[in-house]
Ligand binder design. Sequence first.
Ligand code: ADP
Ligand code: MG
Length: 253
Amino acid sequence: MAHDGIVLEVDAVSKSFGALAALSKVSFAVRQGQVFSVIGPNGAGKSTLFNVISGLHVPTVGRVRFRGREIAGLAPEAINRLGIAKTFQITNIFPEISVFENVRVAAQSRARESGRLASLWRLPDVEPGTAELLRAFGLAAKRDELAESLSHGEQRYLEICLALATEPTLLLLDEPTAGMTPGETKEATALIRRIAAARGLTVLLIEHDMSVVMGISDRIAVLHFGEKIAEGAPEQIRNDPQVIEAYLGPPEA
Ligand code: ADP
Ligand code: MG
């Protein structure tokens, strides 16, 4: 592979809003198949980073490469078409159509954008994948209910299904467990891990809850006031003095 198994490379990215430096020279690389988490307290710059990668913001300085290709400055739709799907911090589903239709529409949008127009009209091509996704997330029994009738946690599950339905290479998740119950959070993290492994999917997870990322991540980067203050395996991060001081507090004995 020309890009040495690196799917995403964030290279000295800075993003300022007026005088505020939301991101300062942030660099890291995400390898194929990894679950890579970016953590940090509220206001650390996590969502800004996410928006830079997904094309919503153009970095003030720096580069973003996806599978070796420069993507900073491309439109969000173009980046999505290259194989980066995202979920938002705020739930983003179609409330007034059924659960099943939500996922099918997402799957079809990918078919349309990739020029596989034929499959758009042969719904059976899309349906097995859709059904499988809903089964994996425990939503199969609710497939014909309106999306708005789902619990908050189930709506977040559905949103992850929508992103997966586009068959991305890289999945960006911005605080996917926000507002979930502890039980749902545990289940969702296990599911994300399992699906990533099963599909060889690369995941970039943005989180402020440390407990969510510890069990799921191959690697973690820590943002603090827009700067990356640490990067490493979960164990390294848990014991990093700077991370503990800035963010974590002492590890539980
Ligand atoms: P996080 O997701 O880690 O909580 P954000 O990336 O949302 O942090 O925000 C980082 C900083 O940038 C915050 O101080 C926030 O107020 C600021 N910020 C984010 N987006 C904008 C924007 N569009 N315009 C101005 N300031 C912004
Ligand atoms: Mg955020």
